[in-house]
Design a protein around this ligand. Structure first.
Ligand code: APR
Ligand code: PHB
Length: 431
C-alpha cells in the first residue's frame, strides 16, 4: 500500500490535515486506533478562534458550524462575586465561536469520507519506520492482518499519548514541561447556560468556568485535585461547588439539569522541540499541550496543520523544501505565545496551595488590572480571539487582517499557488 502522506491519528489535527491535503491534490491515508463512534463522541474543548473558524468555512467544512456555532463577542471574568466583561468586539473587532471539538471531528470525517478519503478506524499496533531514511513507512494491524503503508512523509497527529513522538530518538528532542497541581472536573449538563457568554470565576474555593455547547446544553468546570477519583464527585457535590464558586450579588445562578458526562482532566503545559525529525512531522497534541484555561488546544492543532499542509504543497507542486525545513520553527513561534497566554490565564485564575497571602493579593490585583485597564484587557482579548496565523498577515487593524486572511484561503482554494506566490520563502514568513 502506498500514499503520499501517511497520517497517524484522526483527531482534529489528522483529519484537517488530510482534508487540506486533499484540496491541494495530495493523497493521504489516515490511521486511527479508535472506532469512528469513539472519536465522534469524545467530549473535548469547544472554542474556535476566528481564524480557525474561517479556515473551516473557507475550505468547505463549515456548513453546520455556521448554523450551530455560537458566536461570542466577549467573556466575563468573575472575582469577589462580581462579573467583569472583556469586550472582544470592541477591543479587537474579532470574536470566538463556541462549537464542540467532536462536532468539528464529525464534520471533517463526513467531508473526507464524502470525498472518497481513506480513513482506517480500529487499526492496531501502529508504528512509524524509516522516517530518517529513504523509505518511510507505517506498520499496522487491520482486521488481524499486518499491513505496511509506504509514504513520502509521515504526519504524527496521534495526540499526547501517541506513538510518533516516542519514535523520535530522545537525544534529538528537547521537552519543555510544567505540571499544575490541579485539574478540572468537567460536566456536560442538560440545562440552558446561566449566561450567554463564558464566565471564568476566581474564587477562594478554586476556579470555576461556565461554558456551553448549545442554548440547551451547558459545559461546566471546577478546579479539583488532578488525582481525585471521579467517584468522589457526586452530582450533588458538583452542583454545590459550582454554585459556591459562581455565587455573587448579581443573580447569576446556573439552572441544574441532568449531568450527561463527567470527567477529570489533569493540566499541563508541554512543548517538544523540534516538531519534526527527518520525514516525520508532529502536529497538535502530539507536539504540545496547553492547560485549557486559554481555550487553545484545538486552535493550535488547526494552526499546525494549516502550516504543514502549505509546506507539503510547496514541496509537491514546486519542489521547494524550505517550508518543510522551517515547519517546526514557524509553528513554535505561535505555540510559545499561546503557551505563555494559557499559563498566564491559568496562573491568574486558579487557587494555588503554595500561595502566600502576598501571592493572593497580587493575584487579585492582576484580575482587577485586567478587568479595569483597556490596555490589559486588550492584551487578554487579542490572545483569546487568536493571534494572526503568520507574521505577514499582521496588519494595522484586525479588519484589514481579517480580509487578508480570508483572501488567502479563498485564493488558495481557487488557485492553491496564488497565495503561495505572496510568500517568497520561509525566511519571509519568519520575518
Ligand atoms: N495510532 C493511531 N491513532 C492513534 C494512536 C496510534 N498509535 N494513538 C493515538 N491515536 C489517535 C487517538 O485515538 C486520537 O483520535 O490520535 C488521535 C489524536 O487526537 P487528539 O488527541 O484529539 O489530538 P489532536 O488531533 O492533536 O487535537 C488536539 O485535542 O485533546 C484535545 O485539547 C486538545 O483540543 C486539542 C485537540
Ligand atoms: C469548553 O467549553 O469546553 C471550554 C471553554 C473555554 C475554555 C476551556 C474549555 O477555556
Amino acid at each position: 500500500m502506498r500514499t503520499q502522506v501517511g497520517i497517524i491519528g484522526a483527531g482534529p489535527a489528522g483529519l484537517l490535515l488530510s482534508h487540506l491535503l486533499h484540496l491541494a491534490g495530495i493523497e493521504s491515508v489516515l490511521l486511527e486506533t479508535q472506532t469512528r463512534k469513539h472519536v465522534e463522541e469524545r467530549v473535548r474543548a469547544g472554542v474556535l478562534e476566528e481564524v480557525a473558524e474561517r479556515l473551516l468555512i473557507d475550505t468547505g467544512v463549515g456548513g453546520r458550524l455556521k448554523r450551530e456555532g455560537l458566536r461570542h463577542h466577549g467573556i466575563k471574568i468573575r472575582y469577589n462575586g462580581e462579573g467583569h466583561r472583556i469586550d472582544f468586539k470592541h477591543l479587537t473587532g474579532s470574536h470566538v465561536t463556541v462549537y464542540g471539538q467532536q462536532e468539528v471531528v464529525k464534520d471533517l470525517i463526513a467531508v473526507r469520507l464524502g470525498a472518497g478519503g481513506d480513513i482506517r478506524f480500529e487499526v492496531a499496533e501502529v508504528s512509524p519506520h524509516d522516517f530518517e531514511g529513504a523509505e518511510p513507512h507505517i506498520r499496522f494491524m487491520e482486521n488481524g492482518k499486518q499491513q505496511v503503508l509506504h509514504c513520502d512523509f509521515i504526519a504524527g497527529c496521534d495526540g499526547f499519548h501517541g506513538v510518533c513522538r516516542p519514535a523520535i530518538p530522545s537525544s534529538s528532542l528537547t521537552v519543555f514541561e510544567r505540571e499544575y497541581p490541579f485539574g478540572w472536573l468537567g460536566v456536560l449538563v442538560e440545562a440552558p447556560p446561566a449566561s450567554e457568554e463564558l464566565i471564568y470565576a476566581h474564587h477562594e474555593r478554586g476556579f470555576a468556568l461556565l461554558s456551553m455547547r448549545s442554548p440547551q446544553v451547558s459545559r461546566l468546570y471546577v478546579q479539583c485535585d488532578p488525582n481525585d477519583d471521579i467517584a468522589n464527585w457526586s452530582d450533588a457535590r458538583v452542583w454545590e461547588e459550582f454554585h459556591a464558586r459562581m455565587s455573587g450579588d448579581d443573580g447569576v445562578r446556573q439552572q441544574e439539569g441532568r449531568i450527561i458526562q463527567k470527567g477529570i482532566t489533569a493540566m499541563r503545559s508541554f512543548v517538544v522541540e523540534p516538531m519534526q525529525h527527518g520525514k516525520l512531522f508532529l502536529a497538535g497534541d502530539a507536539a504540545h499541550i496547553v492547560p485549557p484555561t486559554g481555550a487553545k488546544g484545538m486552535n493550535l492543532a488547526v494552526a499546525d496543520v494549516s502550516i504543514l499542509s502549505r509546506a507539503l504543497e510547496a514541496y509537491y507542486k514546486k519542489g521547494r523544501e524550505e517550508l518543510l525545513a522551517a515547519y517546526s520553527a514557524i509553528c513554535l513561534r505561535r505555540i510559545w505565545k499561546v503557551q505563555r497566554f494559557s499559563w498566564w490565564m491559568t496562573s491568574m485564575l486558579h487557587k494555588f496551595a503554595e500561595h502566600t497571602p502576598f501571592d493572593r493579593r497580587r493575584q487579585l490585583a492582576e484580575i482587577d488590572y485586567v478587568t479595569s485597564s483597556r490596555a490589559a484587557a486588550t492584551s487578554l482579548a487579542e490572545n483569546y480571539v487568536g493571534l494572526p496565523m503568520e507574521r505577514d498577515w499582521v496588519q494595522d487593524n484586525r479588519k484589514t487582517q481579517s480580509r487578508s486572511s480570508n483572501d488567502f484561503f479563498r485564493a488558495r482554494l481557487a488557485n492553491p499557488w496564488a497565495a503561495f506566490r505572496k510568500r517568497r520563502d520561509a525566511r519571509h514568513i519568519l520575518g
